[in-house]
Design a protein around this ligand. Sequence first.
Ligand code: ATP
Ligand code: MG
Length: 421
Amino acid sequence: MGTRQSIPLVGILLALVTFVAMLLLDIDPIIATSALILWVGSLLLAAGRPPEPAPVVVKQTFNRDSMGNLIENSSTPLLVTEKNNIAIANRAARRMLGQHIIGQDARVAFRQPEAISLLGKNRNGQAIVRGLVRRQDIWQINRQAVDENLAVIELINQTAEADISRAHTDFVANASHELRTPLSAIIGYVETLSESGDSLDSPTSQKFLGTIEREALRLQSLISDLMSLSRVEAEKHDLPQQLIELSDLTERAVFDAAGSQREDRIELSLNADPRVKGDRQQLEQVVRNLVDNALKYGAVDTPVAVELDFARDGMARISVTDQGEGIAPEQLPHLTRRFYRTDPGRSRASGGTGLGLAIVKHIVERHRGRLNIDSDLGKGTRVVVRLPLAEPDEGHAVKVPQAADQDEKSDDWQDESPDLS
Ligand code: ATP
Ligand code: MG
């Protein structure tokens, strides 16, 4: 490839005319010739252009192997079909559907009417299929045609999104129901009072007013619990930063929860003074909710033991033990679900919202702690919260934890599930 140059003819002609003129004017021919050479040379140099880049020749190397390599490590299950037969399945797809699917007709591999209808029409589109791998699974199948024979099929797991959206719908339905019940009672009694005018005797109207007050207080505590829950959820990714001495906090919260009427049932043992990084108000709420449950569901006049010490794993441990009816093992995993009650009538009658343990669970999670509930039917319930200690350089040195002899039983319930409740 040569360098294309356009010769500046006009310039050269002018240089020649000047050269001839110089000779006619009797200027030294050596000077005239030098001037001509310089002039023409510089014109030619200026006319030179940079060479044009060589055109890039692309060699077509895209084949089945390279396509397979390209998608092999994607975490999304991907298939490439050729005339609806599965030609390539990446690792995620093979793990999900089995090695044997390669070579199979995609419609046979999926065996779902929605998928068969999408793949049969040989066009781009998507379908939602259920129970592809497990019964509750929901998958979105996207089909994108590459040409008239080849198509890429992408499988997207929608199960978690569906669970979250179902949990939100359930929550709204439950919350509305819980709010509507006391509200209906209030409206009913107010209507009766206003319609009956003076015809109601004083004790009856006092009784109605008492009910209205009780239901209004229930509404108030329901709203305050819902707000607590949403605040804790909103902050669940921020690690709390206050340095907290748990013994002072526990003592205060225990007696707050018991109040003067129930404080003689409390047996408090502060066996250690662990320091944790936490949110003071939220940790107080954990202790208050657990002590309130123990006093409420423990048998009348029986003691409620609250202990603070170190667990075997070195975490700070708060245990609340009552002597109540206990909780059936099959109910233990559901206790931290919002509005879950083992005995709805009894909980509502005592003004409970069914949100206490859900709030505890979220607060403990925010503090990177652990919640265990251990119950023996007919004997009682022990709820244990473990919290990680603050690092020794945060504040001042932490005492070397003395593991207490009694620890959580291995067969009790531990909250480790991702929260959708
Ligand atoms: P709230 O806490 O708002 O007053 P609540 O006590 O009904 O209402 P939670 O604290 O979330 O709600 O408890 C949920 C359910 O778990 C209770 O309704 C009760 O059935 C059961 N429960 C909780 N703690 C105990 C316990 N110590 N003994 C027996 N059952 C318990
Ligand atoms: Mg409670």
